[in-house]
Design a binder for this molecule. Structure first.
Ligand code: BGC
Length: 762
C-alpha cells in the first residue's frame, strides 16, 4: 500500500482505500474510458444506454434496417437474442466501422439452461443439489454461446417462488434462499469464469431484481408486496450471492416493490444493490420495463424515463425511452448530466472488461462456432446432468429400474416429441436435434425389448389451450380424431405389453413466461388416460414432464412408480432411458414443495409457526391454523426424492448441548445404504431458532452434502455450525444472531429428520 502523509484522518482513510483498490489494470481502463467519454456527444452517451429489440435483423439485410441506421449514428449500446455469427458480425461491423466513435456492441441472449446443447430447466438443475454440476452446465453454455458470437447472458434467474401457479417457477431454483444463493454463485462462476476477458467466458446478468417470484396469486407480472424482513431473509439472498460472486449486470424486474415498480425503485437499485451490497456493474431493465410504468400509473413517458434513470437503471431494454426522453428532460432541468455519465461509464466498463475494445470480433471465431457447439462431449455431459436432475417420487415394489426385456408400451402425448424436450426458454436450441423419449428408449434397449407406442390423448381436451401451450414451435401436434379412438389405440397396445410407460404432464410452454395456471394438476384428458392405464392392471411407470410442482395426490395413491423428469434438455430422451433401465440411479431431490391441491398454495417448508399451530401428525383440531378439507401436509415435501438404494439415518449426535458464541457445534449422523445398489443421497441440515426477538421459520436449510454410498456402506456425515449460520435480519433489519435454544435437524428431506437441541449462550 502507498504511504500517505495525511493530516485529516477521514480523508487519509479514503486515500488509502483508493490506493488499495486502484489496480494498474483499473487505472488503464479508467483513463481509456475517461478519454473516450470526453469525445462522446450527449447523444452518443445516451446511445450506449439503449438496448433495442433486434427482431428485424436478417442476415444480409441488416445494413438496410432501422436498427442499422441507429447503430451507425451511435444510438445503440447492444443487441440481444440474435443467433448466428454471420448476423452478429454484420451488425458489429456497422458499429465499429460506420459509427463515429467505433464503440463495439454487446450481444446478449437468454442462454438460460444451455445454448444448443440444452441442459435441464433451472428448477430441475437445482434438484441435483450439485453445485459443481450446475457450474459445469453454465460453463458449457458460456463456451457454446461465446463460440457463436454471444458475450452476455440474461441468466441466472434466481427469483425465489412459493407459488406453483407462477409459470416462471420453472426458471428459478425453487423456494429456498440458502440453496438459491448457492446456485446463483455457481451459475455466475460458470458463465464468467475467473477472467471475463477470455473469449469463452461471458458476462452474466442476474434477474429479475427483485421479488418477481412473489407475484400475487401466481399471476404473471402481478404486484408483489411483502415485509422488508421477509425480503432480506427469504428473497434477497440469491441476488446478493450473485453480486458477491461478481456478476457483471443485474436485470430489474417487471413487478412493483413497496408500491413502486422495481425499475423506478431507487431504494432497490441504488441503496440496497449498490450501497449495501457494493454492486459495481450495470443494471438493465426487463423488456419494455420503462414504458410499462405508464400502465403501472406512475407517470407519463417522460416521467417514467426520468424515474428509471435516477433510480439507478443504466440500460433500457426495448422501450427506447432513454433514447427519446433524456435530452428534453436535461433541457428542462429534470435530470443531471451526471446520471447519464454514470450509466454510460458502467456500460463502457462492461465492454472494456469483456475485451471488446481490443477486439470487437473476439466472440466471432467461425472455427469455434463450427467445433465447439453441440459437440459430442457437451451432449454427453448434458445427458449425465439431466439424469441427475430427475426426482423419483414413488417406486412401489421396486418396479423401477425396468428390465430390458419383453414388450413395453410407451404411451402419452409426450412419448414421441422432440420439440418439447428442451423446455421453456431454449432460445438457441435446434429442436430437430433434440431426442424424444421414444428415440432414447429405443437407443438404450436396442433389440432386447419391443417398444410399442401410442399417443393415448392430446395434451389437453381443448385445442385452443393446447395451441397456447405449444408456442415457439413446440407443438404437440394436435390429433383431431375423437378422444375415445385415441385412447382405445393406446389401451390396445397396453394390453399387449408387460409394462406401461406413461409419458404425461405439461408441455414445455405450460410453464415459463406468461404461463401461469390456476390448476396445477395433470390436464384432465391425460389423467383419464392414466386412470385407464392403471385399470389395465399392468405395471405403470409415470414419466412426468413438468415445469412446476404439480398436485399429485391421486397419482401418489394409485400409480405404482413415478419419475419426475421436468424438461431435461436436448439429451433428455437418453437420460430418461438411462434412469428407467438403471444405468443411472436417480438422486434428485425436490427444491419446491408439492402440494395436495391448489388451495394449499403458497405452500413452502420454511413457513412460520403461527400462534395456533396444528399438533404434529394431526389433521383437524378446531381453532388451529389449518383447513377443514385437507391436512396441512404436502404430498411431497421440500428436499424429497427416492433412489433405487435405500438410506437409513442414525440418531443425530451433537458435539455439545451448550456452547458459547465463539464455539462451533459439530452435528453428525451416520447414513447407511441398506439397499442393493450404489446410490447418492443428499443429506440436509436444518435449524430452527426456537425463541428470538422476531418470529422465525419452523426450519431453515443451513447446509447439505451429497454423498455416494455403496450397497451396505455407512458414512458419518458432519456439519460444522457456527453462530454465523444462525444470523438473520431482525425487526430493525440488523443481521445478527441471538443467543438461545436451537433445534438442529438432519435428514433426507425437510420432513423426515433426526433432531437434537442446543443452547447457544452469548
Ligand atoms: C423476460 C426476461 C428476458 C427478456 C429478454 C423478458 O420478457 O422477462 O427474463 O431476459 O425478456 O428476452
Amino acid at each position: 500500500m502507498l504511504k500517505i502523509l495525511c493530516i485529516i484522518p477521514g480523508l487519509c482513510f479514503l486515500l488509502q482505500v483508493q490506493a488499495q483498490v486502484a489496480k494498474p489494470a483499473d487505472s488503464k481502463m479508467n483513463s481509456f474510458i475517461d478519454a473516450l467519454m470526453k469525445k462522446m456527444t450527449l447523444e452518443e452517451k445516451i446511445g450506449q444506454l439503449n438496448l433495442p429489440g433486434s427482431g428485424d435483423i436478417v442476415t444480409g439485410q441488416a445494413g438496410n434496417s432501422d436498427i442499422a441506421r441507429k447503430i451507425e449514428q451511435g444510438k445503440v449500446g447492444g443487441l440481444f437474442n440474435i443467433k448466428s455469427i454471420a448476423k452478429i458480425k454484420e451488425v458489429q461491423r456497422l458499429a465499429v466501422e460506420k459509427s463515429r466513435l467505433k464503440i463495439p456492441l454487446l450481444f446478449g441472449m437468454d442462454v438460460i439452461h444451455g445454448y444448443e446443447t440444452v441442459f435441464p430447466i433451472p428448477l430441475a438443475l437445482s434438484c441435483s443439489w450439485d453445485m459443481s454440476l450446475i457450474e459445469r452446465s453454465a460453463r458449457i453454455a458460456a463456451t457454446e454461446a461465446s463460440a457463436d458470437g454471444i458475450n452476455w447472458t440474461f441468466s441466472p434467474m434466481v427469483d425465489i417462488c412459493h407459488d406453483a401457479r407462477w409459470g416462471r417457477i420453472a426458471e428459478g431454483s425453487g423456494e429456498d434462499p440458502y440453496l438459491g444463493a448457492q446456485v446463483a454463485r455457481a451459475m455466475v462462476k460458470g458463465y464468467q469464469g475467473d477472467d471475463l476477458s477470455r473469449n469463452n467466458t461471458i458476462m452474466s446478468c442476474v434477474k429479475h431484481y427483485a421479488l418477481y417470484g412473489a407475484a400475487e396469486s401466481g399471476r404473471e407480472y402481478n404486484t408483489t408486496d411483502m415485509s422488508h424482513q421477509r425480503m432480506y431473509n427469504d428473497y434477497f439472498p440469491p441476488y446478493k450471492a450473485a453480486v458477491e460472486a461478481g456478476v457483471g449486470s443485474v436485470m430489474a424486474s417487471f413487478n412493483e416493490v413497496d408500491g413502486l415498480p422495481a425499475t423506478a425503485n431507487k431504494w432497490l437499485m441504488t441503496d440496497v444493490l449498490r450501497k449495501q451490497w457494493g454492486f459495481k456493474g450495470f443494471v438493465v431493465t426487463d423488456y419494455t420495463g420503462i414504458t410499462e410504468m405508464v400502465e403501472h400509473g406512475i407517470g407519463d413517458s417522460q416521467q417514467v424515463a426520468i424515474k428509471a434513470l435516477t433510480a439507478g437503471i443504466d440500460m433500457d431494454m426495448v422501450s427506447e425511452s432513454f433514447l427519446t426522453r433524456i435530452v428534453p428532460s436535461l433541457h428542462e432541468g429534470k435530470l443531471r448530466i451526471q446520471d447519464v455519465d454514470d450509466a454510460c461509464r458502467r456500460i463502457l466498463v462492461a465492454k472494456y472488461k469483456l475485451g471488446l475494445f481490443d477486439d470487437p470480433y473476439k466472440y466471432c471465431d467461425e472455427n469455434r462456432a463450427r467445433t465447439e457447439v453441440f459437440t459430442a462431449a457437451n451432449r454427453k455431459e448434458a445427458r449425465n446432468i439431466a439424469a441427475q436432475s430427475f426426482v423419483l417420487l414413488k417406486n412401489q415394489d421396486n418396479i423401477l429400474p425396468l428390465k430390458k426385456s419383453g414388450t413395453i408400451a410407451l404411451i402419452g402425448p409426450l412419448a414421441d416429441n422432440k420439440e418439447n424436450m428442451p423446455g421453456t426458454w431454449s432460445v438457441a436450441a435446434d429442436f430437430s436435434k433434440a431426442t424424444s423419449l421414444l428415440t432414447g428408449l429405443k437407443d438404450v434397449v436396442g433389440d432386447k425389448a419391443k417398444i410399442l407406442v401410442a399417443k393415448g390423448s392430446n395434451l389437453d381436451a381443448d385445442s385452443v389451450f393446447e395451441e397456447r401451450a405449444g408456442m415457439f414451435g413446440k407443438s404437440l401436434h394436435w390429433d383431431s380424431r375423437p378422444s375415445k379412438v385415441i385412447l382405445q389405440e393406446a389401451l390396445d397396445i397396453a394390453n399387449q405389453s408387460d409394462v406401461i410407460i406413461a409419458a404425461l404432464g405439461e408441455s414445455a410452454e405450460m410453464s415459463g413466461e406468461c404461463s401461469s395456471r390456476t390448476s396445477i394438476e395433470i390436464p384432465k384428458v391425460q389423467k383419464d388416460l392414466l386412470k385407464a392405464l392403471v385399470k389395465t392392471g399392468k405395471p405403470v411407470v409415470l414419466v412426468l414432464f413438468t415445469g412446476r410442482p404439480l398436485a399429485l395426490k391421486w397419482e401418489d395413491g394409485h400409480v405404482p412408480a413415478m419419475l419426475n423428469v421436468w424438461f431435461g434438455g436436448s439429451e433428455a430422451g437418453y437420460a430418461i432411458a438411462d434412469v428407467i433401465f438403471g444405468a443411472v440411479n436417480p438422486s434428485g431431490k425436490l427444491t419446491t414443495t408439492f402440494p395436495q391441491n391448489i388451495g394449499q398454495v403458497p405452500l413452502f417448508y420454511n413457513h412460520k409457526n403461527t400462534g395456533r399451530p396444528l399438533g404434529e401428525g394431526k389433521w383437524f383440531e378446531k381453532f388451529k391454523s389449518e383447513y377443514l378439507d385437507v391436512s396441512n401436509e404436502p404430498v411431497y415435501p421440500f428436499g424429497y426424492g427416492l433412489s433405487y438404494s435405500r438410506f437409513s439415518y442414525s440418531d443425530i449426535s451433537l458435539s455439545a448441548t451448550s456452547l458459547h458464541a465463539n464455539q462451533a457445534l459439530k452435528a453428525s449422523v451416520t447414513v447407511t445404504n441398506t439397499g442393493t445398489v450404489e446410490g447418492k443421497e443428499v443429506v440436509q441440515l436444518y435449524i430452527r431458532d426456537l425463541v428470538a426477538s422476531v418470529t422465525r421459520p419452523v426450519k431453515e436449510l443451513k447446509g447439505f452434502q451429497k454423498i455416494s454410498l455403496k450397497a451396505g456402506e455407512s458414512k458419518t456425515v458432519s456439519f460444522n455450525i457456527t453462530t454465523s449460520d444462525l444470523k438473520f435480519y431482525n425487526y430493525d433489519l440488523k443481521y445478527d444472531w441471538e443467543p438461545g435454544k436451537f433445534q438442529v435437524m438432519i435428514g433426507g428431506n425437510s420432513r423426515d429428520v433426526k433432531t437434537g437441541t442446543v443452547n447457544w449462550l452469548k
